[in-house]
Design a protein around this ligand. Structure first.
Ligand code: SF4
Length: 337
């Protein structure tokens, strides 16, 4: 435990979360909440940077994301859970930071470059349809981080550039206004165990290859029966190769206990285990693992006012913290107040 150290991390409200999110992010957050003061937020303004014209499900998506966090074991007694847009101080800080951030710092962000390519192109002029808000999202992310003066931001290696920009902006603010206000947040690199989609590709809702935390057991079992196995295996008594069984065996490694994994491996290699039966057993193991999470999610779905209350309380805590920093910013810049 690093006493008194703060961590912040967020997720866009893309709807119900899948097992890629669970193993890639949430299991890590559940560990972190025991060792740090954690701020976890639903990044709804960030969602607008690309989906500004698709907001019909935005409110429900925010709730779904928090439902999945709670299902996964994020404890509102241990960490601050808030929705970004419920903390307007972040938008104000974003304005101040936008004024001092050189354009080329934003343009050099490699993640932004990749995202620009992905954003839909306007067919009439074939230019990327990228908004002003979208280009500024590294600065908004810096505001997210600096608003709570966090020490660490858990990120994958591809996100380190964002933290560097946030650090540069924090340093620039301190230098320009001759204050020692902002910490330079450090990336906390996480070894993300990637759980592939059922087809062996990256797991994603739009690829229709995901299993959601909230899926029921029957749906989960049906999906697992579609998972790809060792493609070189023709008959069920052919010796199998767990290392080539990219999906089913990797799910065993994620969901099985040590002894079961060894048994699956040995029986597969010896040709004593058919893939159909193996996946049937795997579906049971996955459902057993997820049952307590799903029960927790069901409880909160049936008590949605409690979830709204958790968000309201967390957002209030976040606003109180944010207001203190915002007033220091306003004083540093010598704004009228
Ligand atoms: S028996 Fe199981 S581990 Fe072996 S290839 Fe088939 S699904 Fe994969």
């Amino acid at each position: 435990m690093e006493q008194g150290k703060r961590i912040m991390s967020g997720m866009r409200p893309t709807g119900k979360l899948h097992l890629g999110h669970y193993f890639g992010v949430l299991t890590n957050w559940v560990k972190l909440q025991n060792d740090y003061e954690c701020f976890f937020f639903v990044a709804d303004w960030h969602a607008l940077t690309t989906k500004f014209d698709k907001t019909d499900d935005l409110q429900q998506n925010c709730l779904d994301v928090v439902l999945d966090w709670l299902a996964a074991g994020i404890d509102p007694e241990k960490c601050v859970i808030y929705v970004q847009s419920q903390v307007p101080q972040i938008a104000q800080l974003h304005v101040y930071l936008s004024m001092i951030t050189p354009n080329n710092w934003v343009e050099r962000d490699p993640t932004l470059k990749d995202l620009v390519k992905m954003v839909k192109t306007d067919e009439s002029n074939n230019k990327p349809d990228v908004s002003y808000g979208f280009l500024g999202y590294p600065v908004l992310m810096a505001a997210d981080i600096m608003m709570f003066n966090v020490d660490y931001v858990p990120v994958g290696i591809d996100q380190v550039a964002h933290i560097e920009i946030a650090r540069d902006i924090a340093r620039r603010f301190n230098n320009i206004y001759k204050v020692d206000l902002f910490k330079e947040a450090q990336p906390k690199l996480t070894q993300i165990p990637l759980l592939k989609g059922l087809d062996g590709q990256k797991m994603g809702k739009s690829f229709h290859n995901d299993i959601k935390i909230s899926d029921d057991e029957e749906t989960t079992a049906k999906k697992i029966m579609q998972a790809i196995t060792d493609r070189s295996r023709a008959r069920k008594d052919d010796p199998g190769h767990p290392d080539k069984c990219e999906v089913a065996f990797s799910y065993w490694e994620a969901f099985g206990d040590k002894e079961t994994i060894e048994t699956v491996k040995a029986e597969c290699c010896a040709g004593k285990r058919g893939c159909v039966e193996c996946k049937r057993q795997l579906a049971c193991a996955v459902n057993d693992y997820l049952r307590p999470l799903r029960e927790r999610r069901k409880y909160y779905e049936n008590h949605i006012d409690e979830v709204r209350e958790i968000i309201a309380k967390g957002s209030e805590k976040a606003r109180i913290e944010a207001q203190k920093v915002l007033e220091q910013v306003q004083d540093a810049v010598k704004m009228y107040r």
